[in-house]
Design a protein around this ligand. Structure first.
Ligand SMILES: Cc1cc2nc3c(=O)[nH]c(=O)nc-3n(C[C@H](O)[C@H](O)[C@H](O)COP(=O)(O)O)c2cc1C
Length: 219
């Protein structure tokens, strides 16, 4: 006598049917969950982006959707860094207000320094923030807004204030403060800001012309 139970065809088909129904229910649940959570995830993503970019706007009023206004400037370009640079265009009533550049200064003391540089449509800096760096704590890291007010000397500055040759730290004949015992870091940041201002001056119309964003419908 054999201990193995024989599978009758009806039982096999019944099991397959149950599995099929279960798979369909699971798939439907996944699709439904995705459908329900997608707008929320998208809204959170937009909120996070706006919160991250806001410090570079220096309080400028705008009514466009920053997440829809990004363009990528592919190399070769005249901006700091070798890779693609992201620019968020900022509008008020469909008129350009500012451009926020994410660029990379490659000549930091300990490696690349990622910067967010806000430039108003009139060519003045709205604000600068350091996004990422590997500079030494207590020395080069004072470029961070949370560590010192060093970056606060840039809002309102432009290519004509100070003149181009004065876009340097004081010990190099410029007008900007250095950091005690750390000249390499501020040199790199100031050079990157200066290059970004030059790029914006030469390409302002092109930057704003690409894919004019639609009015924010909060969809
Ligand atoms: C351990 C160590 C860490 C340093 N970190 C930095 C830094 O983060 N940024 C910087 O500009 N210089 C840093 N320096 C100092 C530079 O070597 C350099 O002396 C300084 O930038 C001043 O340059 P200067 O002589 O041209 O003014 C560091 C030096 C040492 C020994």
């Amino acid at each position: 006598m054999s201990g193995a139970r024989e599978n009758k065809p009806g039982t096999v088909w019944g099991g397959a049917l149950i599995l099929g129904v279960l798979a369909a229910v699971c798939t439907a649940l996944v699709v439904w969950t995705q459908h329900v959570t997608e707008p929320r995830i998208e809204q959170n993503r937009k909120d996070f982006l706006e919160q991250s970019l806001a410090p570079a706007l220096g309080g400028l009023y705008f009514d466009s959707d920053l997440s829809k206004s990004a363009i990528s400037i592919e190399p070769p370009h005249e901006l700091p860094g070798n890779g693609p640079a992201t620019v968020y265009r900022v509008y008020r009533e469909l008129e350009p207000v500012a451009a926020l550049f994410v660029v990379t200064a490659r000549d930091g003391y300990s490696g690349p320094i990622r910067l967010l540089i806000g430039i108003e449509n009139n060519g003045k800096i709205s604000a600068v923030r350091i996004i990422e760096h590997s500079e030494t704590p207590g020395l080069g890291d004072k470029i961070e807004a949370s560590k010192s007010d060093w970056v606060e000397q840039f809002p309102g500055k432009s290519l004509s204030d100070p003149d181009l040759e004065n876009w340097a730290i004081k010990r190099d004949g410029g007008v900007f403060d250095q950091l005690t015992g750390a000249s390499i870091t501020p040199r790199a940041v100031i050079k990157a800001i200066r290059e970004t201002l030059l790029y914006f001056e030469a390409n302002r119309d092109t930057v704003f012309a690409v894919e004019q964003p639609a009015e924010d419908t909060n969809e």
